[in-house]
Write a protein that binds this ligand. Structure first.
Ligand SMILES: Nc1ncnc2c1ncn2[C@@H]1O[C@H](COP(=O)(O)OP(=O)(O)OP(=O)(O)O)[C@@H](O)[C@H]1O
Length: 275
């Protein structure tokens, strides 16, 4: 895909207390792409996503959002004005994030939860913010719950509100950090369904996930991480059908061996070769 990427990571590294958790991460995300980060627990998926949004400062390499450097606090550069909160906020404005734990405010209604970042962050007039929030809630099938308190909702519904809150910001790139990991198994599909619909609408996203079927069927690009590094990345069919590294083969083995799900399409998708 040509043109300037919305997001680009060049040789990004991150250390926690002397322990390197990301090494030399190189990735470009263009408009319309759905990029999934897969890999074992602790491989660095969440940390990579948090660096993309500068919720964590990275300490090596560069992260560019639409060609502009996203704050940096590593060696060789001072914490000058390029790291100021206002500049960071401006550079990352095209992004919005969906969190594993929903992070809804319990004392606000669903509508207020979605409208608040528009009022407080984007300084939209209250009425305009509420109109946009209602539209975002409708997009995730939660229009009927605008007046509800988050605590009265199921986990799946709360996560759909979390997605609406990110969508209301009208991001050019949506970051999703394992959005179904905190859900009861019976709630996973309703949230994946919402994300699938967004992907089909052409919303650009990067999603860390343990949902291999989702990664195989929905992504345009899959990134396999292990021990803080990208081991392989590429088109889903290539990665899932012909993993090049032993680590990816081992990681995928349990998923490839699972029985074919009754509702899986006959697309020749990964997993079907086990038939
Ligand atoms: N705030 C932190 N302080 C210290 N170490 C951290 C911190 N956050 C993450 N780590 C470490 O960084 C490594 C990568 O963790 P990360 O959560 O990014 O992995 P992950 O691939 O998202 O895992 P999972 O799939 O279990 O969510 C782990 O060794 C973890 O213990």
């Amino acid at each position: 895909m040509g043109g300037q990427p919305i997001l680009e990571l060049r040789g990004v590294g991150k250390t926690f207390g002397g322990h390197a958790v990301l090494h030399d991460i190189n990735l470009a995300v263009h408009a319309g792409e759905v990029v999934t980060l897969i890999g074992p627990s602790g491989s660095g998926k969440t940390t990579a996503l948090r660096c993309m949004n500068f919720l964590e400062a990275y300490d090596r390499g560069e992260i560019l959002i639409k060609g502009r450097l996203l704050g940096y606090s590593g060696p060789g550069r001072g914490a000058g004005d390029r790291d100021s909160a206002a500049l960071i906020a401006r550079v990352r404005r095209p992004l919005a994030m969906v969190f594993q734990q929903f992070n809804l405010w319990p004392h606000m209604t669903v509508l207020e939860n979605v409208a608040a970042p528009l009022i407080l962050g984007k300084r939209l007039p209250r009425q305009e913010a509420r109109r946009r929030a209602a539209a975002a809630l409708a997009q995730v099938g939660m229009g009927g719950k605008a007046g509800a308190w988050p605590g009265r909702l199921s986990g799946g519904q709360q996560q759909r509100v979390g997605i609406a809150r990110a969508l209301a910001l009208e991001p050019e790139l949506l970051l999703l950090d394992e959005p179904t990991s905190a859900l009861d198994p019976e709630r996973v599909e309703e949230v994946l369904e919402v994300i699938r619909a967004l992907a089909q609408k052409g919303i650009t996203m990067v999603m860390a996930t343990h949902e291999m079927s989702f990664a195989a069927h929905i992504s345009t690009h899959v990134v396999f991480m292990a021990d803080g590094a990208i081991v392989e990345q590429g088109a889903p069919l290539r990665l899932f059908r012909r993993p090049a590294s032993g680590r990816l083969k081992t990681f995928l083995a349990p998923w490839l061996k699972r029985p074919l799900q009754p509702d899986e399409p006959e697309t020749g998708a990964p997993g079907h070769r086990q038939r």
